[in-house]
Design a protein around this ligand. Structure first.
Ligand code: AHR
Length: 341
């Protein structure tokens, strides 16, 4: 564990659950004497005791999408012992209660830093207060929490989801206003920041156009649920001209449903998505998706930099906005050969 600029308080109110979880997944090592070598838990790298690793507990949303897989890889590839980190990683399987349990476990372990990508926006006050009482800094990545007290976290690193929705909606208006299009929306996980913000941004951008949103349901950011919801829409409505999916995976599920119904995605029904992961970009290059707004998942390097600064007691920015691009078919064809994720 790194020597902290943070003064750690007594963790007075650890729940029984947290203590049990501690037994199950602690990766804490006994401190080494000065000059002695310690072994990290990532496969035998050694560190001089004067050059200690920053212990960081990261609670991931789940493995729901291609975007999430790329985000997890970025974090695991960056927060390595070689880069000065001892990473404890947990997958919450898209359940807030699992994330709260993981965070409590990291508090009990006394990690140097906690980071997480919140499944949903609300309900984080108590566990963030517990981290604060234990003097453990928290860094949010990817998704925001809905709190008025921004002292509960050090920094939030991630895209501007409202802007992503706006960029998608502006392109829809540019291309399709005046056609009287009927649109369906595949929303992300209910209560999550990207689902709330992308919906809002898109709605604002199409306001005043003649694109009509005839239905909007959650597909939970997964390909399977995106397909199921799209099948329901196709049974319910005689005319659907446009799909706005809050991520590529749900858009790819919609493609399967549209093809199964005997129609051509990208032509009979236009599709706009968000993420720009390889599978989505391939579908865009193939003409099955019409437009994609990027959401950059490579947050590992920013997280590493902010964590190092926080542990060193340096100032960090409260909000670090990751920039996103947009892609039409031509841009996807050009970008695909060198696409990292
Ligand atoms: O929070 C980012 C979103 O979560 C991505 O757009 C989506 O693919 C993921 O599941």
């Amino acid at each position: 564990m790194a020597r902290k600029m943070w003064m750690r308080g007594t963790v007075a109110a650890l729940s029984a659950t947290a203590l049990l979880a501690l037994g199950a997944c602690s990766s804490e090592q006994a401190p080494a004497a000065e000059g002695e070598e310690t072994t990290s838990d990532d496969g035998g790298e050694t560190e001089e005791a004067g050059d200690e690793l920053i212990s960081i507990g990261f609670s991931q949303v789940g493995a729901e999408s291609g975007w999430r897989a790329a985000n997890t890889k970025s974090i695991q590839d960056t927060l390595t012992a070689d880069n000065g980190f001892d990473l404890s990683f947990s997958d919450a399987q898209q359940k807030q209660e699992n994330q709260i349990q993981a965070i409590r476990s990291y508090i009990a372990q006394g990690v140097d830093v906690i980071s997480f990508s919140p499944v949903v926006e609300t309900g984080w006050g108590p566990v963030l207060e517990e981290a604060k009482a234990a003097d453990i800094p928290v860094i949010l990545t990817d998704r925001a929490v809905d709190t008025e007290d921004d002292t509960l976290y050090e920094s939030f690193i991630g895209s501007d989801f409202v802007l992503e929705g706006e960029m998608a909606g502006e392109w829809a208006v540019e291309q399709y206003d005046g056609e009287g299009y009927q649109m369906v929306e595949l929303q992300g996980t209910t209560g999550s920041a990207p689902a709330i913000d992308r919906k809002e941004g898109f709605a604002d951008a199409i306001a005043g156009s003649d694109i009509e949103v005839i239905d909007s349901q959650t597909g939970n950011f997964t390909r399977t649920e995106g397909k199921q919801v799209m099948e329901g829409f196709l049974q319910k409505y005689d005319e659907i001209d446009l799909v706005f999916a809050h991520n590529d995976d749900m858009g790819l599920g919609a493609i399967e449903a549209i093809e199964a119904a005997g129609m051509t995605p990208g032509e009979d029904i236009k599709i706009i998505t968000i993420d720009a992961v390889k599978d989505g970009m391939q579908a865009l290059a193939d003409g099955k998706i019409n437009y994609i707004v990027e959401c950059n998942p490579l947050l590992g390097p920013d997280l590493a930099e902010v964590a190092q600064k926080v542990v060193a007691g340096e100032e960090v920015e409260k909000r670090i906005v990751v920039e996103d691009k947009t892609f039409d078919q031509e841009a996807a064809v050009e970008a695909l050969p060198s696409r990292e994720y």
